[in-house]
Ligand binder design. Structure first.
Ligand code: CA2
Length: 138
């Protein structure tokens, strides 16, 4: 989770919903347990920290689910990190980035993603876990 997602459920509720990031984390942890996968849930407002998280995932995690938030549209560094680690990646967005401002329509990180889930609210994270479990099983 990228910048400002720590504000989830506290501001801009009409756009991003009422669920807090802590609640999204709890829901993901309990769903992961249910489908038999282990996850770590992380957030940073700092681009370089996200790059480091991705680099450190190599050899530790089998998959990455990422909502890079505002960095989705700007970060060559996050794209390069995802391309470098070659870990199956699913991109998630709470909102439909294609029916918002033009600058949100382009995701730089999609090039490294197996698939994208957007516009389905925070339930997109749960769907991404299910899809990741399917991908890893194959
Ligand atoms: O729809 C998404 O999940 C986004 O990744 C959210 C980003 C936005 O820049 C992307 O274009 C689409 C923004 C995350 C900021 O989240 C906030 C939550 C509550 C209050 C303010 C910001």
């Amino acid at each position: 989770n990228g910048p400002n997602l720590n504000l989830l459920g506290e501001r801009e509720e009409s756009k991003y919903g009422k669920t807090t990031l802590d609640e999204v984390e709890k829901n993901c942890l309990s769903h992961a347990k249910k489908i038999g996968i282990g996850i770590e849930f992380k957030q940073s407002n700092i681009e370089g920290e996200i790059v480091t998280m991705i680099q450190k995932a190599k050899g530790v995690f089998d998959g990455i689910v990422i909502n890079a938030a505002g960095y989705t549209h700007t970060s060559v560094a996050i794209l390069d990190a995802l391309l470098a680690v070659k870990i199956p990646t699913i991109e998630v967005h709470i909102t439909n980035i294609h029916n918002r401002e033009d600058f949100r329509k382009k995701s730089l990180i999609s090039r490294a993603a197996k698939g994208i889930i957007c516009g389905l609210g925070v339930n997109g994270y749960i769907m991404a876990l299910d899809s990741m479990e399917e991908i890893l099983k194959k």
